[in-house]
Design a protein around this ligand. Sequence first.
Ligand SMILES: C[S@@+](CC[C@H](N)C(=O)[O-])C[C@H]1O[C@@H](n2cnc3c(N)ncnc32)[C@H](O)[C@@H]1O
Length: 223
Amino acid sequence: MTAAQISGALILQPDPALAIEKYRLHAAGYDASARRTMALRRRVLALLRLTPGDTVLDVACGTGLSLPLLREAVGPSGRVIGIEVSPEMIALARERAAAAGWDNVSLVQAPMEQADPGAPLDAILFNYTHDVLQSPPALERIFARARPRARVAVAGIKHPSRWLFPLRLYRVLKARPYVTTLAGLDAPWRLLQAYVPDLRVEPVLFGTNYLARGTVHPAAGPG
Ligand SMILES: C[S@@+](CC[C@H](N)C(=O)[O-])C[C@H]1O[C@@H](n2cnc3c(N)ncnc32)[C@H](O)[C@@H]1O
């Protein structure tokens, strides 16, 4: 992998191997850079309406910044599963879990395209996981384990409307270091709608980001 590939060209399909290279550079500074997004993180987590005993999947859990909030919501009788492709990112999530002493938080290092959450899911969190949302095989893996009417909540990046051209440029430049594909930015939730037909999307931050929520349809998905 050349430096030009890491920082430069973006492919049309998500590339988990390239994500590993990119997040090797981001892991150490990730929590500090994500601090200003904590308010939005709390908002998206609230959309999951978690209750004690739930099993929740934190898709592409990164350094585990959502884990304390998820663990608090599901309690000791629930379960939190985090799946993450980057060894450096998940190492930090593991440190967080070990320091807290949770015994019901499972962390798996794997590309979502090849992972199995391993338990029926009551709720699924996608917090800034653009690459995974553009990956049909990753979504297939996730929703194969979703209970009917499981709750889904998403926060992520998107393009603002076309007449806000400078903001679209800003969106691309800001996103580029953190994603492997810019495909789908006009409606990043489009593939998700096959599984979550009642998905409701709310633009935030001048349309450069969005929140979405819905429930897994019992007969949803490509079948
Ligand atoms: C912007 S970070 C968000 C991390 C975390 N969800 C959070 O809320 O802080 C995107 C994460 O997606 C991970 N990722 C990208 N592609 C992936 C894939 N195919 N499978 C699993 N994780 C992936 C990256 O390694 C990175 O940790």
